[in-house]
Structures are given as structure tokens and as C-alpha cells.
Design a protein around this ligand. Structure first.
Ligand code: AHM
Ligand code: MG
Length: 336
């Protein structure tokens, strides 16, 4: 790519060409990107910054919070509360919504995030990330409540993630394709490094936590069994497996070279639809993956069509290369 395009320039040019990034949304996306730079600095410091290890607290889902979970959450709140683009925020690390304080103007948008995804990888120097989703606050009433957040993923105005890996990369969609920006550490600027990201429709690579195999539902077991059977099995080809245990890193690989990612329902906790959260993990990732030509379902329905009932609702997730996601979804339908 010969012309060096910053995130700001990209957003301005997209608005000029298509008119789908109003000023408040642009400001909001730039502030989220700036917060991600701050989180990247803490991640990079690691033990030198005293940011590793447990914070000794639990979040609303009963998971032990790491220091970086809390630091990342605070960085995102502080960066975003004053800009005037937001009415409220919601996070994996907060029980309820965070309404923008009265001392700041209330904006039109709602921001949801998983501030530090892949928490189990923080202390072992493996890629982690921030996932975010942007919704428009429904019109027609003053104030803001949890109900305003409970919109299907298809209503997202924007979504993205920032991966803190060997490079820090911001991946973004505003509903018109997917773009990737790499952080230039010397200039502190996110630079466009890939436009119009496309996920190949076919793949020979799957990502699933195989240690849960004995708990899966029959359609998932069938799909993986067929992959494992390789070239002499019904699929007639050998498959490769990857599992990083950071959704951002697994999804990033899929955006770069294809693949299918699954965190399905399993029988360990039969009353939970899955491990991952709908509103700030599955919806933003589903939006990005669809915008890159892939697919995302819960095995039966398109993720983006699900109407959330709760902020921290969980969901079964199958996403990535379209033909493989369609196959797993068809196996669920065949089962009835
Ligand atoms: P987190 O948001 O608390 O980090 O949990 C979500 C993560 C995903 O990034 C990842 O795909 C999954 O949990 C890994 O789970 P497991 O450790 O069961 O393999
Ligand atoms: Mg997460």
C-alpha cells in the first residue's frame, strides 16, 4: 500500500464517499482507538508495569478479574465518557450500564465492550484484545436504560476489535466492509494496512476447545469427527486445528486466512446457551465476520438476528468461513 492512510483520514474519506459515518460516530471510533493504544501500552509493559495477575475480585458472571481486565475497563470508560458522542456504556466487567455523568453532554450512541478478551492469556504473554460494539440509542425518550441496549446485532452502527499481539491491530466495520489498521509505535498512529478484508468461503482449519468434546451436542460432535477423519473420511480432505483461547486472536486468524471458530453449547452447564457473551463478543465479531463475507450462527439462527433479553446474555457461537458455518448449521437443522 503506497499511500499512508491514518484511521482519521480513512473515516473522513469514508464519510465523504458514502455518508455513513456522522461526526459523533467518527469521534467515538477515534476515542475507542485512542483508548486501545493506552491499553496496548499497559499490555506491552507486562510485569514491568505491575499489571499482571489477579485483581482479587469477581465480575457479574462470577469470573475472577485480572488486573488488566479492570485497567482496560477504566481506560475505556475514562476515554469515552466526556466526548459527547455517548449516552451510556456497558462492559463485561460491569454489572450494569454506565450512564455518561451529567457533567458531560449526552450523545446519540451506546458503546459495549469486552475490555480485555482472552483474560486467561494475559499472564502468559499470548495475544489478547479489546472487542467493541456501537449501537444507536433508540429515539423518543429522555434518559437511558438497559432496555435501550437490548437491540439485535443487526442494528450495530459499528463494531471492531483491537488485538494486542506481535503487532497491535485495530479491525473495524461500519457496515461497509472490514478494514485493518496497524499501530505504528513510532508515530502513535493507526495506519490502514488492509482494506476490504475477505474471509475465504472454504477452509481446512477449525478452532474449538477439544477438551470439551465429550460434552458437545451431536451436530458439533459430528462436524468435528468428520474433520478429524481427514482425507479418508466423508470430507475427503485433511483439516488443521488451532485454539488460542483468545477469541480476538482466533477470529483475527480467520479474517486473515479463513477457518471456522466454535464455542458451542455444551452439557457441563446445560442451562447456559454457551460461554461467550452475545452483546459484546458474539455480536461485534458476527458483524465483522459477515462484513468480510463469512457467516455467524448459534447453530440454528444468525447471531445478528437474536434479540437480547439481558445485557450479559450468553450464546453458542459458530463463525467464520461461510461454507463451513453453513454446514455446521445444517447439521443442527438435520438433527431437528
Ligand atoms: P474472557 O472474555 O473472560 O477472556 O473469556 C472469553 C474467552 C475467549 O476469548 C475464548 O475464545 C474463550 O474464552 C476461551 O475459553 P476456554 O478457556 O474455555 O478455552
Ligand atoms: Mg471475552
Amino acid at each position: 500500500m503506497s499511500r499512508r492512510v491514518s484511521l482519521t483520514q480513512y473515516l473522513v474519506e469514508q464519510q465523504r464517499a458514502h455518508g455513513h459515518i456522522p461526526a459523533q460516530l467518527r469521534l467515538l471510533l477515534e476515542v475507542v482507538a485512542r483508548a486501545c493504544k493506552g491499553i496496548a501500552i499497559s499490555v506491552n509493559k507486562g510485569a514491568l508495569g505491575g499489571v499482571l495477575g489477579s485483581a482479587g475480585s469477581e465480575n457479574v458472571q462470577g469470573e475472577v478479574q485480572k488486573k488488566l481486565d479492570i485497567i482496560a475497563n477504566e481506560v475505556l470508560i475514562e476515554a469515552n465518557e466526556w466526548g459527547g458522542a455517548l449516552a451510556a456504556m456497558a462492559s463485561e466487567e460491569m454489572d450494569s450500564i454506565y450512564v455518561v455523568p451529567n457533567r458531560y453532554p449526552q450523545g446519540e450512541y451506546l458503546l459495549l465492550f469486552d475490555p480485555l478478551d482472552g483474560s486467561s492469556n494475559i499472564d502468559v504473554n499470548v495475544s489478547i484484545g479489546t472487542i467493541f460494539s456501537v449501537l444507536k440509542k433508540p429515539e423518543g425518550h429522555a434518559g437511558v436504560s438497559v432496555d435501550d441496549f437490548l437491540q439485535p446485532g443487526s442494528a450495530q452502527a459499528a463494531a471492531g476489535y483491537c488485538i494486542y499481539g506481535p503487532q497491535t491491530t485495530l479491525v473495524l466495520t461500519v457496515g461497509d466492509g472490514v478494514a485493518m489498521f496497524t499501530l505504528d509505535r513510532e508515530t502513535g498512529s493507526f495506519v490502514l494496512t488492509q482494506d476490504d478484508v475477505r474471509i475465504p468461503e472454504d477452509t481446512k482449519e477449525f478452532a474449538i476447545n477439544m477438551s470439551n468434546m465429550r460434552h458437545w451436542a451431536p451436530p458439533v460432535k459430528r462436524y468435528i469427527d468428520e474433520c478429524l477423519a481427514g482425507s479418508t473420511g466423508p470430507r475427503g480432505k485433511d483439516f488443521n486445528m488451532r485454539w488460542i483461547a483468545s477469541m480476538v486472536a482466533d477470529v483475527h486468524r480467520i479474517l486473515c486466512r479463513g477457518g471456522v471458530f466454535m464455542y458451542p453449547w455444551d452439557a457441563r452447564e446445560p442451562n447456559k446457551p454457551g460461554k461467550l457473551r452475545l452483546m459484546y463478543e458474539a455480536n461485534p465479531m458476527g458483524f465483522i465476520v459477515e462484513q468480510a463475507g463469512g457467516a455467524a450462527t448459534n447453530g440454528r439462527e444468525r447471531i445478528l438476528d437474536l434479540k437480547p433479553k439481558q445485557l450479559h446474555e450468553r450464546v453458542s457461537v459458530i463463525l467464520g468461513s461461510k461454507n463451513e458455518v453453513d454446514r455446521v448449521t445444517a447439521y443442527h437443522a438435520e438433527q431437528g
